[in-house]
Write a new protein. Structure first.
Lengths: 188, 202
């Protein structure tokens, strides 16, 4: 099992011009803890919508790589979006599910993945080009390479420990997060 | 009926497929051949809408076909309307304008996700084909249809309602301009009188 903060920090090393969409709750805190960046579009709400924001962005900017980092709860709420993404086949989109099999923000209630619901199998059934699970930190470098150059759509289920870690709170003003992201994306 | 679209990602299973259409002829509204969807499409081109998310609806079928046939528009068939809200946000982050097509029942599926548009100021045009009003045969459509416009207003949308084909061009044009000049959320309700009631022939 992975330490979520260590894993996300290593995943985003040398991120270059990677566009990152973290899902609400712990994923947003993990990405903030790895180092604030204008090309992070932090979510504080819109549960279930993270992967679709990634799709809209990936379609709009086929010249850039898009990484959605989100929790199992958010991904389960938006399962249908895996089918939608499977239809469009964006080559530049990767989804990394930080899967602790629990709803961390609300008191660690078990999620469907705890019962064995398999997000990797669902992604493959939805025509994702690549989908797999990782649970060892040594695999992070290969995954990082996949985010930057792999043939998408990609889904990775990262098995993280179901532990509570301190919250790291980034910007909350939605207009500011959006504006900062757009300006960074369009700066030369 | 517009010709079968070969580029559509799901054309083999979509409502555009001739055999599907034949099997479901009761889904074809009486006025589908009239030209008002072309006026909407012309405004999509004018304001450079590049992504269109939709859950299919018979009233939108011609507009969907026009969008699918346009290589400059990414047509995204959604499993539920709320996915489209995320799509609009992602498109805007990447510098593209997007529109959503849905039936009135789909508005109810979007309520929490709409907060994304308002909270971040993403411009958006939603075209809503109305059910559950004028001449509705199916009472199960009525509860959502009766509150659709109120739900949109409460969710932060400016709403415009179109009852006749000759008003489509002007209202859709104004709605698109307001949405994208000011990053506002605009919903245009295409009334059941405009679309024609769903025909139940068998």
């Amino acid at each position: 099992m992975l330490d979520r903060r260590d894993f996300v920090r290593q995943l985003l090393i040398d991120r270059g011009d990677l566009l990152v969409v973290p899902g609400l709750g712990s994923a947003t805190y993990d990405v903030a803890a790895a180092g604030d960046h204008p090309l992070n579009f932090y979510l504080w709400g819109a549960m279930g919508g993270t992967a679709m924001i990634g799709l809209g962005l990936a379609l709009a900017r086929p010249d850039r790589r898009v990484a959605v980092l989100t929790g199992d709860g958010d991904m389960l709420m938006g399962l249908g979006s895996l089918a939608t993404i499977g239809v469009k086949q964006p080559k530049n989109l990767a989804i990394v599910v930080l899967d602790n099999a629990h709803y961390g923000e609300t008191g660690m209630q078990a999620s469907a993945t705890k019962a064995g619901v398999d997000l990797v199998a669902i992604a493959l059934a939805c025509r994702f080009k690549q989908a797999s699970a990782i649970s060892r930190i040594e695999e992070t470098a290969d995954l990082r390479a996949l985010l930057h150059a792999g043939d998408g759509p990609i889904l990775i289920s990262a098995r993280i420990r179901d532990e509570d870690v301190p919250r790291v709170l980034p910007l909350r003003d939605g207009h500011a997060i959006k504006q900062r992201f757009i300006e960074a994306l369009n700066s030369p | 009926m517009a010709q079968l679209n070969q580029r559509c990602d799901i054309c083999n299973v979509s409502a555009f497929a001739p055999n599907h259409e034949a099997e479901n002829s009761l889904h074809t509204p009486v006025n589908i051949e009239t030209s008002w969807p072309d006026a909407i499409y012309a405004h999509f081109r004018r304001v450079d809408i590049r992504q269109v998310g939709y859950v299919p609806d018979a009233g939108h079928s011609r507009l969907i076909t026009l969008c699918c046939d346009d290589p400059n528009i990414a047509d995204v068939v959604l499993t539920t309307e709320e996915e489209g809200v995320g799509l609009v946000a992602g498109a805007a982050l990447g510098g593209q304008r997007a529109a959503l097509l849905m039936q009135s029942s789909g508005v109810g599926n979007c309520i929490n996700m709409f907060s994304l548009l308002r909270n971040c100021g993403f411009g958006c045009v939603v075209l809503v084909t109305m059910r559950g009003e004028f001449g509705e045969f199916n009472p199960w459509q009525v509860p959502m249809g009766a509150i659709t416009e109120d739900v949109l207003r409460l969710s932060g949308f400016l709403t415009y309602r179109i009852d006749s084909a000759d008003a489509v061009d002007e209202i859709v044009g104004a709605g698109c301009d307001m949405a994208f000049n000011g990053n506002l959320q605009v919903a245009i309700l295409l009334s059941q009188r405009l679309i024609g009631p769903k025909v139940w022939t068998r």
